[in-house]
Design a protein around this ligand. Structure first.
Ligand code: SF4
Ligand code: SF4
Length: 475
């Protein structure tokens, strides 16, 4: 089937929206029939869909998944095959960018996944894996507890010995427990944690007050990115407030259909940030800033997530109105701190949840272009996901690994010395994919978050710091 063939036997059926609540779905937010009706089956989204690119299967394309949602609304029962096609979706939202008809696939897959979680009985093994993942990743405190043992393994070199013998691709752990092997491969070299003070004063004239979200994976595995974010904001004239006892924003839960859990996290996040400024509450801060793209897209959608909650609906709107990605804040404010030359070639990777879900593409590039001596190179096929997609790389390790290999090859092809992105998941995925792509010509390169590059320029650090940052070992 080509990219523009219609789905067999269903011509016109999606374009006939009615109000349903039957078949696969219950009455609580079923996939919106009117939104499904926007799809004209043109197929323009297909070449941008990573799973369609991998497998060439209509039902693993956005159009196929929309067709299955319509089938469910029309009365088809929820079956394993249907769920598998929806589960295979990375939620990268590349199809939303590509669609000329404005189909809100993002809303539709979120509605569908919540229904799947309520009504589909997963096999025991899968339930156990998902239970483990969700008992760990949305809990910054539990992730922080892992830092000690991981750093001990890394300091003694035991991690490398284990990787050579047990956890390497095709090794024992991958054959026995591929999901655990994926978790191990994704674990980055940990640097000493930098403690974040509760308030960091602005340097020079104060231009804004920002409250900072520290995240879960970002806080545990990349605390140096949070420290760099606060330094850059302060250097640019922002007073930075870092509320204590932050929890998860709910992004992982939303993306995996765990609606009630996501709502609980969102309410707690709003409660915490309403107290961010002791004197004025949320009104006392100009922005709530986030440096993780996957979290940002969920934080900017709290109004919809909490729409049915009378106690939180308007507070969610007030909170959401202040949320910005770090690149948006810095670009909007414009540079105040001097940029020192950074003679370096970097490849900028668009995180899906920044580019497709938030439309933030130009701002990071403008910020990089403002650094003297820095050359930015573009990566081929930028719309195709690297395979990280939150916990997708753990739940679907094979597909994620193949997408990672392809992305790694495209990144290395740029000839850049350092890969720059704005999402911790992408950093983990690309750093683990480059060593696995040595056969495609991949070689070691540095990995950095956008704010680390800005921080290095503002502080006048040597470019070698970035060339060796999280350097990917291909030996
Ligand atoms: S989702 Fe959009 S791009 Fe894809 S088939 Fe439907 S109308 Fe075309
Ligand atoms: S969100 Fe990404 S993986 Fe899912 S259907 Fe759209 S393009 Fe494909």
């Amino acid at each position: 089937m080509t990219a523009v063939d219609p789905v067999p036997g269903e011509a016109g059926s999606i374009a006939d929206p009615r109000s349903y609540a039957s078949g696969a779905f219950d009455d609580h937010r079923p996939p919106d029939a009117a939104l499904l009706g926007d799809c004209v089956h043109c197929g323009f989204c297909l070449p941008t869909c990573p799973t369609y690119v991998l497998w060439g299967e209509e039902m693993d394309s956005p159009r196929g998944r929309l067709y299955l949602m319509k089938e469910g609304l029309d009365g088809a029962p929820l079956d394993d095959a249907m769920v598998e096609h929806w589960d295979n979706c990375l939620g990268c939202m590349s199809c939303v960018t590509a669609c000329p008809s404005g189909v809100r696939y993002d809303t539709l897959i979120e509605q569908t996944r919540a229904q799947v979680e309520r009504h589909h009985e997963r096999p025991m093994r899968e339930k156990a894996l998902r239970g483990l993942v969700f008992a760990l990743f949305p809990h910054p405190g539990r992730l922080r507890l892992l830092r000690g043992p991981i750093r001990a393994l890394q300091r003694t070199g035991l991690d490398r010995a284990l990787r050579r013998r047990v956890t390497k691709p095709g090794g024992l752990l991958e054959r026995m427990a591929p999901h655990l092997a994926a978790m191990e491969r994704l674990t980055p070299p940990l640097q000493p944690a930098e403690r974040m003070p509760a308030r960091i004063p602005a340097q020079g004239t104060r231009r804004a007050t920002v409250a900072m979200i520290t995240g879960c994976v970002q806080d545990a595995f990349f605390p140096e990115v949070n420290a760099a974010t606060a330094r850059v904001l302060a250097a640019e004239g922002c007073e930075v407030v870092v509320p204590a006892h932050q929890g998860c924003c709910g992004a992982l839960s939303v993306h995996n259909g765990r609606e009630e859990e996501a709502q609980r996290y969102a309410r707690a996040m709003i409660d915490t940030f309403e107290k961010a400024d002791a004197a004025h509450g949320l009104d006392g801060v100009d922005y709530v800033v986030i440096n993780a793209a996957g979290c940002g897209s969920t934080l900017k959608d709290y109004t919809r997530l909490l729409a049915d909650d009378p106690a939180y609906a308007s507070r969610a709107a007030a909170f959401q109105g202040k949320v910005r990605d770090i690149a948006e804040v810095l670009d909007e404010l414009g540079p105040a701190a001097e940029r020192h030359p950074l003679p370096l070639t970097v490849a900028y990777h668009d995180a899906c949840h920044l580019a497709h879900a938030q439309g933030v593409r130009a701002q990071p590039r403008r910020l990089l272009a403002g650094i003297p001596g820095l050359e930015v190179r573009e990566i081929a096929d930028p719309e195709i996901c690297c395979g990280s997609a939150g916990v997708y790389s753990i739940l679907h390790p094979e597909a994620a690994a193949e997408l990672g290999r392809r992305k790694a090859a495209a990144i290395v092809d740029t000839g850049a010395e350092v890969l720059v992105t704005a999402n911790p998941g992408c950093l983990l995925q690309v750093a683990s994919s480059i060593p696995a792509s040595a056969d495609l010509g991949a070689h070691a390169m540095g990995m950095a978050h956008l704010v680390e590059v800005l921080d290095a320029s503002i502080r006048g650090l040597a470019p070698d710091r970035l060339r060796s940052a999280r350097s990917t070992d291909t030996s």
